[in-house]
Design a protein around this ligand. Structure first.
Ligand code: FES
Ligand code: FES
Length: 154
């Protein structure tokens, strides 16, 4: 089927299969490789993107569902001050190891800080509870999100 939607600020027209996940459409059809394929069951959060501004696991969204909607990945937030602060904090605070979870983690953290610029540690834990990280033990990720919040306030 033919599909039209907004991807990272650009109007996209593409072909998609009825049963194709948004994850596969982004990675295979549109070459957006930041969106990672992990469990494909909505459990790991590696495929998290924003759909109309809200975080969703793109493996559980069928491509036809994004017709006329707005999809955002980390590529579309490169210059956004909230994402810049998060990216710098993740890098400087040691919140990235293998990096597989990082784009999804950044998207969930971005949605949190955009809506709640001064989150508590519990708020951060809740925001990233759907994102699994096998490397960091989460402590440095949580610290990085809180650090990004402080950087934005400064
Ligand atoms: S790949 Fe989508 S939640 Fe794991
Ligand atoms: S940094 Fe490796 S899974 Fe999170």
């Amino acid at each position: 089927m033919r599909l039209e939607f907004d991807l990272n600020g650009e109007h996209v027209t593409c072909e998609a299969r009825d049963n194709q996940s948004l994850l596969d459409l982004l990675r295979e059809g549109l070459w957006i490789k930041s969106v990672k394929k992990g469990c494909e069951q909505g459990e790991c959060g590696a495929c998290t993107v924003l759909l109309d501004g809200s975080p969703v696991t793109s493996c559980l969204v069928l491509s036809p569902q994004v017709e006329g909607r707005v999809v955002t990945t980390v590529e579309g937030l490169e210059a956004d001050p909230v994402m810049v602060a998060l990216r710098e904090a993740f890098m400087e605070d040691g919140a990235v190891q293998c990096g597989f979870c990082t784009p999804g983690m950044l998207i969930s953290s971005y949605a949190l800080l955009r809506d709640n610029p001064e989150p508590s540690e519990d708020d951060v834990r809740t925001a990233i509870e759907g994102n699994i990280c096998r490397c960091t033990g989460y402590v440095k990720i949580i610290e990085a999100v809180l650090d990004a919040s402080r950087r934005l306030k400064a």
